[in-house]
Design a binder for this molecule. Sequence first.
Ligand code: ADP
Ligand code: GN1
Ligand code: MG
Length: 351
Amino acid sequence: MQHILQAFSLESNDSEIQKFGSGLINDTFLIVAANEKYILQKINTEVFQNPEIIGKNLYEADKHLKTLYPTYLFISQIKTSDGENFFVENGNYWRLTKFIDNSYSINTVNEPEMAFEAARAFGELTVKLQGLDLTKLKPSIPRFHDLSLRYEQFKLALQNASPALKAASKTEIDFYESNNGYVETFRKIQQDETYPNRMIHHDTKINNVLFDKQTQKSLCVCDLDTLMPGKIISDLGDMVRTYSSAESEESTEFEHVKIRLTYIEALMNGYLGKLKKNLTPSEKESLIFAGPFMIYMQGLRFLTDHLNGDVYYQISYKNQNLNRAKNQQALLEDYQLNQTKIATIIAATLS
Ligand code: ADP
Ligand code: GN1
Ligand code: MG
């Protein structure tokens, strides 16, 4: 990898390189150089088929933020010595950013305060990016959070999967098919002209927030590859999905996968505390749908990948994607049981 570091003008001889983090898509490395730490990533080009779009979107966001909020911490891409956003070699795209000092990330939320902090950070990002001309941006993954597309992909995977694979996941297939009313609710939001697009992170799970080692406050958000126009139900929903669950999405202790209302309250306070003044009536009405929208879509995506033979998400054991789909099913079932209480929490947060 020495020549990759050199392409970014880093002294490569005395740099240590370690695999880092627990993301499911890109390959991430920590580079410890003489005076500074960096994060080097190989972009997954199966998922991001045009990485230059990521570079352009981040450039526009960075420019907007630096002009209006010069002290706001936003992770910029470091250019190569040729002035490019990526070092490209054999079709591989490498990207370098500074490692944010004094930071750490977590995979499960064990204190409501952390849920508040993370949600506040994502709300702040969307608020600060208001005013950015969205027509300058393109989707880094087209139709990324389009539930209609995700449902079509699930149906296609069902058609192509072997009878044995389908038989072994019948309970989950039945669950995701019988809950497809969420697809219709999503379509209505998609067609609602009063429902705005905003700059949304699109991957607000907890390990995409960097916390301060000393204060435990959120320092900034990372994993900005899907920062692009979208609907707030994406970001709020993924927070409900990953901060309110008592177990991570990897857990197979399905009976412990439960919604924790105190965490829902904390994340709603964090996110809506930043955004509620800006929300349209249609957005406010959709807040209760955010959690089930994202839990359902994520479960569907895991199940689809299982049926497709694990081609998208990194796995470390057989049936991991099926287990992830089961985990999301358990969470969605518990959300459904708690829906009335959650609606009360949302109403109180908005008031
Ligand atoms: P993936 O797309 O594979 O999830 P991420 O961009 O989220 O990759 O990076 C993986 C992990 O690396 C993050 O969860 C975070 O812990 C850490 N990380 C990423 N960027 C930085 C950074 N600039 N400074 C410190 N830690 C970082
Ligand atoms: C992926 O890159 P990572 O691990 O933060 C995925 C998200 C899913 C998440 C589930 C580009 O995120 O959409 O919510 O896994 N990212 C992409 O853990 O598909
Ligand atoms: Mg990540």
